[in-house]
Ligand binder design. Structure first.
Ligand code: 5RP
Length: 261
């Protein structure tokens, strides 16, 4: 663990028993954008001809989508994508990636998506881009999930990133008040006076738990029991691999006993 960076473990060293394999390639990168691009592209090593692929949302997975588009046009790759947001749908369409819906294409072979945080047990916080509900639905219908991220997303304990929840538009104030009873920090309506509206016509609450989420499954259940909560940005036991870029290279961590093991 790098002692100068609290709550940011060396993934392997902290929980080596849960990780079975690492593939690394060294390549020195300077900017966060380069890290995102390398993680996004490297995740395409999981892509095979004929796959139905859940396409996540965000600035890292964007590079996966672009690479899949390149593989289709230059290498004749044949896949079907299922986008998790309107933004990803537009990007994929512009690149000529054949698309379907979760209703028609399920089950999917794999979902590749970004994350706001991942912990040593491969548990995730997602929803920074507001697409958590569709992202979770698509991931749940997939036979495996790969996360693409740069090393800023790696934490010991989830929660430094405000936990996003999707709520019904008419429910946000009541849900917020109920959450405030056990959330140690603030619960904020994303967008404030001009609320951010999701692709599902809902609102997002960002909850300041801080790095306290030691039992994400229990917290997810607790939050989901509040009426009006549409989805929680905790992705529990869904992720099978993380492709993580750091300034010195890209590493792929496979979860021991996971579906890509
Ligand atoms: C969107 C998400 C994103 O995958 C997550 O916010 C990571 O995004 P980025 O790669 O842009 O940091 O969960 O709802």
């Amino acid at each position: 663990m790098n002692p100068s960076v609290p709550n940011r473990p060396c993934f392997l060293a902290s929980k080596s028993e849960s990780i079975i394999h690492i593939l690394s390639h060294r390549r020195y990168m300077n900017t966060v954008e380069e890290l995102k691009r390398e993680a996004g592209k490297t995740a395409c090593s999981f892509v095979r001809d004929g796959m139905k692929i859940g396409l996540g949302t965000g600035s890292t997975i964007k590079y996966t989508v672009i690479e899949i588009g390149r593989m289709i046009s230059e290498e004749g790759l044949e896949v079907i994508g299922v986008p998790t947001s309107e933004a990803t749908k537009e990007l994929a369409e512009s690149l000529g990636i054949p698309l379907s819906t979760i209703e028609k294409a399920s089950p999917l072979d794999i979902t590749i998506d970004g994350a706001d945080e991942f912990d040593p047990d491969f548990q995730l916080i997602k929803g920074g881009g507001g697409a958590l509900t569709r992202e979770k639905r698509v991931a749940a219908k997939s036979e495996a999930m790969v996360v693409v991220a740069d090393d800023r997303k790696q934490v010991t304990t989830l929660g430094a990133f405000d936990l996003p929840l999707e709520v019904g538009k008419n429910d946000w104030q009541r849900v917020s008040a109920e959450l405030q009873e056990f959330c140690p920090g603030q619960v904020n309506l994303r967008g404030g006076n001009s609320p951010y509206v999701t692709d599902n016509d809902g609102y997002i609450l960002d909850c300041q738990f801080g790095s306290t989420i030691t039992d994400p499954a229990s917290l997810e259940n607790q939050i989901k029991s509040i009426e009006g909560v549409v989805e929680v940005g905790l992705f529990i036991d869904m992720c099978d691999a993380v492709v993580m870029a750091s300034p010195s290279g890209v590493s792929t961590f496979l979860k021991q006993g996971g579906r890509l093991d």
